[in-house]
Design a protein around this ligand. Structure first.
Ligand code: BGC
Length: 458
């Protein structure tokens, strides 16, 4: 098993308000032992008010995010991106079509991101027209009975922000907080949940285990050269995006940014639940003597502490289980999963227990309600997704049964989209996309998720 899988590649190198509040309270309220017992009594029913949704991010679906740092990186040599995001799914102009997909599935929530690069296209200049665009979208979701779960920052930043040193810039937390304040003043009233920063630790987490070492050496060199080329092209000292290898040095600013962003949003709307979303690999032992627990501490400890300090919930995003070797005898291999793709080099990648394990772990470490803000499977073979969704949810239900308060499950992703460095080839969607006509077509897995969501049971 090597960690040089295409997915690891992409991931690590990239890098009615009142109703909403009531929904949030109900979901968080399920933390009580009484509520948990009630859930256990009715087999595999999810808590009342559970949110069922799909997840996306602006840069990956909207198209033409031309003021963003990544748009520049997509057009720079040496190339780190396989292709350009271009029109992506044209979701910027096709909000109604995306809402129609959610409705057709019977989902009651949608996680998406607002694009900082559109809202603040140049430093200190906020675009009312773009804020109004997102306001219309949030209102349309509300009208459709879909709770908006809004991420303020999902990998892509304004180009001016990267030109000023990105997250290496000591001013970056305040710049982020100012954007959060402005966006929240315009948009928070319609939100059901807010997420500050998406996966600020993903680069650190993947660098924290030995198997990934060689890979990072190669990838980081390329990223260094591409970022240096971007700095030259924009005539600045350093151009820094989330894909820059200096993730360790960015982390103090990212943590402060989350805390300040959290405070800024809460100041505008104290009753809005706000949290950070973290990428959690389910580390498990491969051999006796595996130090996987210590690894979890290194990979997640500091961010879990930060998320606990400033957060009403913690967003858990899990895609894989990785077995960490140890000095002793090998442990029994994990159960086989159906529809294995020969391209999968990580044999445990699709274990449906992974999400349950990370959800339980994060709750145990923080005591906070958990929101599954992403979980999914990358495959062109939708039979695998059809299998993966109920298999994962059955295990997630076990965590809920044990009393872990889980607010909702947002499947990544609503639609096949721009998968960062890997481009459009990697498919995570519940619906396909025709790149010429932008026509969306729901896959069989969409009916599977829809059936579960409508029944609120698996
Ligand atoms: C990211 C998404 C990405 C997904 C699938 C998550 O790490 O938040 O932007 O597309 O994984 O790789």
């Amino acid at each position: 098993m090597s960690v040089e899988t295409p997915s690891l590649n992409r991931r690590t190198l990239l890098t009615g308000a009142a109703t909403a509040a009531a929904g949030a309270a109900t979901a968080i309220g399920m933390a009580s032992p009484l509520a948990a017992a009630a859930t256990a009594a009715s087999a595999r029913r999810f808590p009342k008010g559970f949110l069922w949704g799909a997840s996306t991010a602006g840069h990956q679906i909207e198209g033409n995010n031309v003021n963003s740092d990544l748009w520049l990186m997509e057009n720079i040599q040496p190339a780190t991106f396989k292709e350009r995001s271009g029109d992506a799914c044209d979701s910027y102009h096709r909000m109604d079509e995306d809402i129609a997909l959610l409705k057709a599935m019977g989902l009651n929530a949608y996680r998406f991101s607002i694009e900082w690069a559109r809202i603040e296209p140049s430093r200190g200049h906020f675009s009312q027209a773009e804020l109004d665009h997102y306001k219309r979208f949030i209102a349309a979701l509300r009208r459709a009975g879909i709770a908006p779960v809004v991420t303020f920052y999902h990998v892509s930043a304004p180009r001016w922000f990267a030109e000023a040193g990105g997250w290496l810039n000591p001013e970056s937390p305040d710049l982020f907080a100012r954007y959060c304040d402005r966006a929240a003043r315009e948009l928070a009233a319609g939100m059901a949940y807010a997420c500050t920063i998406n996966e600020p630790q993903v680069g650190l987490t993947y660098r924290s285990f030995a198997q990934s070492g060689d890979y990072f050496k190669k990838g980081d060199e390329l990223q260094e050269r591409a970022h240096a080329a971007a700095a030259k092209a924009t005539n600045v000292e350093r151009f820094v995006t989330m894909n820059h290898p200096a993730i360790k040095e960015m982390t103090p600013q990212l943590m402060q940014a989350h805390e300040k962003g959290y405070a800024a949003i809460k100041a505008v709307r104290p009753d809005l639940p706000v949290g950070v979303t973290l990428n959690l690999v389910d580390f498990q032992p491969g051999n006796e003597g595996s130090k996987y627990k210590e690894l979890r501490e290194v990979a997640y400890g500091p961010w879990l502490a930060c998320a606990k300090r400033a957060g009403d919930f913690i967003g858990v995003q899990t895609y894989r289980q990785i077995r960490i070797p140890g000095s002793g005898a090998p442990l029994p291999p994990p159960p086989e999963v159906p529809y294995v793709d020969q391209k999968d080099m990580v044999e445990t990648i699709k274990q449906p227990t992974a999400l349950r394990n990370t959800v339980e772990y994060v709750h145990e470490q923080t005591g906070k309600p958990i929101f599954v803000t992403e979980n999914g499977i990358e495959t062109p073979d939708d039979r695998r997704r059809v299998w993966h969704i109920p298999a994962t949810l059955k295990h997630l239900h076990e965590a809920i049964d044990k009393g872990v308060p889980v607010i909702g499950y947002m499947h990544w992703s609503l639609i096949d989209n721009f998968e960062w460095l890997a481009g459009f080839e990697m498919q995570f969607g519940l619906s396909t996309l025709d790149h010429k006509t932008f026509k969306r077509t729901l896959k069989p897995s969409a009916s599977v998720l829809g059936r579960i969501a409508r029944a609120n049971a698996v």
